[in-house]
Design a protein around this ligand. Structure first.
Ligand SMILES: [Zn+2]
Ligand SMILES: [Zn+2]
Length: 453
C-alpha cells in the first residue's frame, strides 16, 4: 500500500479543482477506509465549492456519491470486514445523541456529517468514513452503478415512497436530468402511472425509454392543464432547481396532491394560499436518506433494474468532469473512476465496457454519436440479452496488452465487435442505448446502458 494517494483538492471558495498527491488517510476508532472505485459528480458538489456551505471545509475534497471496497478497518469496528463492497452518500454519519437522532430521524441530525464538508470526500483514491455512513452494495450492481444511488438515487426513491401516492396513481416527474431520469425509472418500477415533464420534444424518446407513460413538454404545453387532462397528479416530484417551473406545476395536482421539491435553489416558489386550500394540496421539501435507506435503494435498484445512466471519467480528469456538470454538458450523471480513461477509450472504440483495476467490470459508457437525421441508423438501442453472457471468471489483465486484441479476446460467446460499416452508423443523440455488456469482478453478467451524445 502506497503512503500517498491521488485526490482532488480545492484550496478556497471558487478555487479551481486540482488533482494532487495527499497522504493516505488511516481510519480512527469506529471508522473504515474505503478504496474508492467510483464517485458520482453531484450538483451539490458545486454548491460546496462555491461556498454555499461556508468556508470551514476548505481545503475541500468534494464527492458524496462514493462506492468502493473497505481496505482498512479502525479500532472498535464490528460488523464490517476488509473487502466488503460499500457505498457512502450524502448521509456521511450522525452524532446519535441529538433530538432528531433520538427520535430515529437521523437524516435530520443536528450534526449530520456530509462527505466533502465534514471530512474529505470521494474525488480521491481513498476515503475514511464512520461506519454509520456505510451501505452494502448488492452483487448485481457495479461500483459505477452503485455510486450515484448514495445521493441522487436515495433522494428520489425516498422522496417517492414517502408520498401518499399508491400504485396506479399519476406521478409526474418535473425534469429528466440526473435526479429526474432516476425518478422516472423508480416511479415506473414502483407501479405509478408515470409522467415526465421536461422542456422540448427532444427528451420525449429517452423519457419514454426510461419508463414514462406520458410526456409533457413544458415549452409547448400547459403543465397545469396537461396533468389535469390525465386526472390530476397525485404527486409532482420536482427534481430541477427551477422554482418558476415548480410554481407552474402546482395547479396540475389533483385534490390532496403533493408537490415535493428536491431540486435545490435559493429562489422562491410562488403559491397562493388559495391554490393550496382548494383541494387541500401540500407543498413540501424532501432531503436525502440515511445509509440504511441507501442500502434499501441499492437493493430496490438491483431487484427492479433501475440504473443511473452515467458518463464515466477518470479521477485524473475530475476538473473537466466537474466543469461539464456545472455547464450542463453532462446529460444525466458524471461518475469518476480511478481508471475511467481506459474504460472510456475502449468503450468508444468497441461500444462496450472493459476493465477497471485489472479486472473486467461492467462500466456505463459514453458512446459518441452524431446527428444524421437524413440517414436511418441501424444500431439504435442495442439490446444484449443477459443470458448471452455465461460466467467467465477471469484473471487480471496484463499491463501493456494491446487494447483491441485483448478486449476482442474477452468477448462473451455470440457477441461480436461491430463491423466497420456498423461503426459508421451512429445511434441518434439522446437515445438510451444498452451497449455495455461484460463480466463483473464477481463473475456476474451485467448489462449497462449508455447515453448517446
Ligand atoms: Zn448530491
Ligand atoms: Zn443527531
Amino acid at each position: 500500500m502506497t503512503s500517498t494517494m491521488r485526490a482532488v483538492q480545492v484550496s478556497e471558495i471558487n478555487a479551481p479543482l486540482r488533482v494532487v498527491d495527499l497522504p493516505q488517510p488511516s481510519p480512527g476508532p469506529g471508522q473504515v477506509r474505503i478504496a474508492v472505485e467510483a464517485c458520482g459528480v453531484c450538483r451539490t458538489d458545486a454548491d460546496m465549492v462555491q461556498g454555499l456551505f461556508g468556508d470551514e471545509p476548505f481545503p475541500l475534497t468534494p464527492g458524496h456519491e462514493i462506492a468502493g471496497r473497505i481496505d482498512m478497518v479502525g479500532e472498535d469496528v464490528e460488523g464490517w470486514e476488509i473487502g466488503e463492497r460499500v457505498a457512502v452518500g450524502w448521509f456521511g454519519g450522525n452524532d446519535g445523541r441529538c433530538e432528531a437522532c433520538r427520535e430515529g430521524d437521523a437524516i435530520n441530525c443536528e450534526h449530520l456529517q456530509v462527505p466533502g464538508l465534514a471530512y474529505p470526500g470521494g474525488y480521491a483514491e481513498s476515503v475514511v468514513v464512520p461506519t454509520s455512513a456505510l451501505a452494502r452494495i448488492p452483487g448485481e450492481l457495479s461500483f459505477v452503478e452503485a455510486a450515484p444511488m448514495g445521493c441522487a438515487g436515495v433522494t428520489v426513491f425516498n422522496g417517492l415512497r414517502r408520498t401518499s401516492a399508491q400504485p396506479g396513481d399519476l406521478v409526474a416527474v418535473l425534469g429528466v436530468g440526473g435526479l429526474g431520469h432516476l425518478a422516472v425509472q423508480f416511479a415506473d418500477k414502483m407501479g405509478f402511472d408515470t409522467a415526465a415533464i421536461a422542456r422540448g420534444s427532444d427528451k420525449e424518446e429517452s423519457a419514454r425509454q426510461l419508463g414514462a407513460r406520458h410526456y409533457i413538454d413544458n415549452a409547448g404545453q400547459d403543465v397545469a392543464q396537461a396533468p389535469q387532462a390525465l386526472g390530476g397528479a397525485k404527486v409532482v416530484m420536482a427534481t430541477v432547481g427551477a422554482p418558476a417551473a415548480m410554481s407552474a406545476a402546482i395547479d396540475g395536482l389533483r385534490a390532496r396532491g403533493e408537490l415535493v421539491a428536491i431540486g435545490v435553489s435559493p429562489k422562491k416558489i410562488e403559491v397562493s394560499p388559495m391554490q393550496l386550500i382548494s383541494g387541500e394540496k401540500t407543498l413540501r421539501g424532501h432531503a436525502s436518506g440515511t445509509s440504511q435507506e441507501v442500502e434499501e435503494t441499492l437493493r430496490f435498484a438491483a431487484q427492479s433494474g433501475v440504473r443511473c445512466i452515467s458518463e464515466v471519467a477518470p479521477l485524473q480528469d475530475a476538473p473537466q468532469a466537474f466543469d461539464n456538470m456545472v455547464t450542463g454538458t453532462v446529460r444525466f450523471r458524471g461518475v469518476l473512476t480511478p481508471t475511467g480513461a481506459t474504460a472510456l477509450l475502449r468503450a468508444r472504440r468497441f461500444g462496450w465496457a472493459v476493465r477497471q483495476r485489472g479486472h473486467v467490470q461492467p462500466v456505463l459508457v459514453l458512446v459518441r454519436g452524431r446527428a444524421d437525421p437524413g440517414r436511418p441508423h441501424r444500431s439504435g438501442p442495442v439490446r444484449l440479452r443477459k443470458d448471452a453472457h455465461p460466467r467467465q471468471p477471469r484473471g487480471p489483465v496484463r499491463r501493456g496488452d494491446r487494447p483491441g486484441r485483448r478486449c476482442a479476446g474477452q468477448l462473451p460467446a455470440g457477441i461480436h465487435p461491430p463491423r466497420p460499416d456498423q461503426r459508421r452508423r451512429h445511434p441518434r443523440p439522446g437515445a438510451v442505448a444498452r451497449v455495455a455488456a461484460t463480466m463483473s469482478e464477481t463473475g456476474h453478467a451485467a448489462v449497462s446502458r449508455a447515453i448517446v451524445i
